[in-house]
Write a protein that binds this ligand. Structure first.
Ligand code: TXA
Ligand code: MG
Length: 311
């Protein structure tokens, strides 16, 4: 795990404008001081991330979030009280204190208070909010272990805090409250839970397009992909030719690797990226995945699988 000396060192690096990868309950983040435009520039370079893709900002408390918002809607307060610290990102109008490079020039900012002791201790030790996308090269599978970060980013990151495996395993739910509430990215916290806690209707996901201006410019149809091609293969459809892995829920089939995935969506989410990372080093020709049930509880897993297999 992480000791006090490592935490101090990491906080110093952040204060000096460096990059620190840190564990959260969802995936590892690549952190920089969100108030330091030059430091945030380095995140885009390290990830090879397009400039039009905004970063989320991690805070240690609701008070810190309010301070970074120009407007803090009542619904944001209710959702933060209910789900923070936790896997929920709230998009609100941004305070002018946040440099434009963080939000890709948008007038809004995504704020999240992570529920991981190392993440929160790091933000507190550094004394600043942390801009933090997932700590992987752009488009690749997000890291759920410190070794995934090192493998993907190498020397581009100044320091990696190893907090062990991420509990949730897929990225936070993103909801925008800057205008009519809308779910931008499904995650462990469902739309129904958000509606219940906020007391307002939350529109479903918006369609995404690679280049057009839309409410969440960082959401690409192809994303979260292992290097090995992923195919969603329903029912009795044939598996691709060559050597591959079959990730199944109900239908065992012969393949070089046959992996039974958990039939609970939260357990499945926790294992999904870990499985992709493990399979990626085997040099297989394909990863075929049995589609999950069409049920709202599986929305986040289905979203990541459809992006990982998009072509
Ligand atoms: O769980 C997570 O959210 C992880 C951990 C590290 O906290 N972070 C993460 O960051 O997944 P990233 O950059 O990989 O994804 C952030 C998502 C993107 O899809 C982006 O489009 C959306 O949040 N987003 C960020 N700021 C936004 C804004 N101002 N308006 C709309 N969408 C925004
Ligand atoms: Mg990412």
């Amino acid at each position: 795990m992480v000791n006090a000396a490592e935490l101090r060192r990491a906080a110093e690096i952040l204060q000096e404008g460096g990059l620190v990868a840190f564990p959260t309950e969802t995936v590892y983040g690549l952190g920089a001081n969100a108030l330091d435009a030059a430091a945030v520039e380095r995140i885009y370079l390290a990830k090879g991330r397009p400039r039009q893709s905004p970063l989320i900002v991690h805070v240690a408390s609701v008070a810190m979030a309010r301070n970074l918002a120009r407007v803090w809607p009542a619904a944001a307060e209710r959702l933060a009280q209910r789900f923070w610290p936790g896997p929920l990102t709230l998009v609100v109008e941004k305070s002018p204190r946040i440099p434009d490079v963080v939000t890709a020039g948008l007038g809004t900012v995504g704020l999240r208070c992570p529920n991981h002791p190392v993440a929160r201790a790091l933000i507190e030790a550094a004394g600043v909010p942390l801009a933090g996308p997932s700590a992987n090269r752009f488009g690749e599978t997000s890291p759920t272990l410190a070794e995934h970060v090192r493998r993907s980013l190498g020397d581009a990151v100044d320091f990696v805090l190893d907090g062990g495996p991420c509990e949730v395993g897929i990225e936070s739910t993103v909801v925008s409250l800057a205008a009519e509430p809308v779910l931008l990215r499904p995650g462990a916290i469902s739309r129904a839970e958000l509606e219940d806690a906020s007391g307002c209707p939350i529109a479903g996901r918006v369609a995404t397009a690679p280049d057009s201006a839309h409410p969440s410019p960082g959401l690409y149809p192809r994303h979260y992909s292992p290097l090995t091609p992923v195919w969603l293969v329903a029912g009795e459809a044939p598996l691709p030719p060559g050597r591959g892995a079959w990730l199944w829920l109900r239908t065992p089939r012969a393949a070089e690797r046959s992996i039974r995935m958990p039939d609970n969506p939260f357990h499945y989410g926790r294992l999904l990226y870990k499985t992709f990372h493990e399979l990626d080093v085997l040099g297989l020709d394909w990863i075929a995945v049995e589609p999950p049930p069409e049920d709202s509880r599986w929305e986040a897993v289905a979203d990541r699988l459809s992006r990982a297999s998009y072509r």
